[in-house]
Structure formats: structure tokens, C-alpha cells
Ligand binder design. Structure first.
Ligand code: FMN
Length: 179
């Protein structure tokens, strides 16, 4: 059995990206994996600042995040697109994790996802995340999962059956290296 860590770059109530990552997590559980759904809002990470690190050290939340990621076999990351890039919450979290250990995210399959109310499905944000994570030499799955017009793809607040099936096929590809 493999362990999958999931994270959403939005902590907004009713977040489309959290809905999407939770749907992916549910599919991973149904496929027999353990899922550790990280709530990035719960780790109390300040905005990264070198003076803060010098004066206070690395926050306990960053160390805990790194520990939980270290235990994972694969990582799924969803983020909203804010002005063409991923959320500040996600980027700040990644920056802190790398201060604990630069390579903790490396050598695990990583799948990127994005949901947006508009028609582009967060594709610019996906592009920037791809650039950042490629720079960090992460084992990115070739194609990200994009969910455009996301509110139209929900049924009773959850991903509809058609998109869940599409997500399942994508997830099979991301997790194939674990088989
Ligand atoms: C500051 C800000 C910038 C945004 N920029 C974009 C953008 O560049 N492209 C886009 O498709 N949506 C953009 N949006 C809309 C978000 O995609 C939308 O609010 C989305 O629902 C946020 O994700 P969430 O539902 O997971 O919280 C922006 C929203 C905010 C608040």
C-alpha cells in the first residue's frame, strides 16, 4: 500500500481546488492507497523571511510538513491561479519546506491540478508551477489535470461523475510508477 500526500493552495471555504484535490484523494483511497490530506492553513507558517529564520529558526509547522511529505510515496498538489501563478500560500509553503530539507519533495511522483471558475482551468498557474517544480527537479507527471468552468462540473458540491472518471484516469497515470 502506498501513501499519497495531497495539498490545496486554497484554504477558502468552498474552494474549487480543495474540492478537486479531495476528489483525487477519495479516488486514491478507493484504489487502496493511504491518503494524508494536508491542510496548508493549519501549519501556521509566516511569510518566508530570512531574518525570521535567523531569529526564530524554522517553524515547527514546516518541520512537520516535511516529515509528513518524507513519509509519502507520491504527492498531489492543486492550486488556484492568482494573476497567472499559483497561490502565495502554496509558494510560501514550498519555500519553507525546502528550508527544512531541499530534497524532501524529490524522487516521488508529483501530480499537479488546478480548478478555475473561468475557461482556462488555471493553465497559466499550472505552467508556473511546472516551471518552479521542474527547477526543483521534482518528478512531475507529464500532464497536469485542469478543471475549467469548475462550478459547472460540480453536483451537490462534489465533482460530477464525468469529471471524476476523467480524474481517475489521470490519477492512474500519476500513480502508475508506484505499482
Ligand atoms: C487575487 C486573485 C487573482 C485571480 N487571478 C486569476 C487568474 O489569473 N486566472 C483565473 O483563472 N482566475 C483567477 N482568479 C479567480 C480564481 O480562480 C477563483 O477565485 C478561484 O475560485 C480560487 O480558487 P479556490 O476556489 O480554490 O479558492 C483570481 C482570484 C483572485 C482572488
Amino acid at each position: 500500500m502506498s501513501r499519497i500526500v495531497t495539498m490545496s493552495g486554497s484554504v477558502r471555504q468552498g474552494s474549487l481546488n480543495t474540492t478537486l484535490i479531495n476528489a483525487a484523494g477519495d479516488l486514491a483511497v478507493a484504489a487502496g492507497h493511504d491518503v494524508d490530506a494536508l491542510d496548508l492553513g493549519s501549519f501556521a507558517l509566516p511569510l518566508y523571511d530570512g531574518d525570521f529564520e535567523t531569529n526564530h529558526g524554522i517553524p515547527a509547522g514546516a518541520t512537520e510538513l516535511a516529515d509528513r511529505i518524507r513519509q509519502a510515496d507520491a504527492i498531489l498538489i492543486a492550486s488556484p491561479e492568482y494573476n497567472g501563478g499559483p497561490s502565495g500560500l502554496l509558494k510560501n509553503t514550498i519555500d519553507w519546506i525546502t528550508r527544512v530539507e531541499m530534497t524532501v519533495l524529490a524522487e516521488k511522483p508529483v501530480g499537479l491540478l488546478a480548478a478555475s471558475p473561468g475557461g482556462n482551468g488555471g493553465s497559466h498557474g499550472i505552467g508556473v508551477m511546472t516551471s518552479i517544480f521542474s527547477y526543483m527537479s521534482l518528478a512531475l507527471h507529464g500532464e497536469a489535470f485542469s478543471l475549467p468552468k469548475a462550478y459547472e462540473k460540480l453536483e451537490d458540491g462534489a465533482l460530477n461523475a464525468e469529471e471524476t472518471a476523467r480524474l481517475g484516469t489521470w490519477l492512474d497515470g500519476v500513480l502508475a510508477p508506484l505499482a
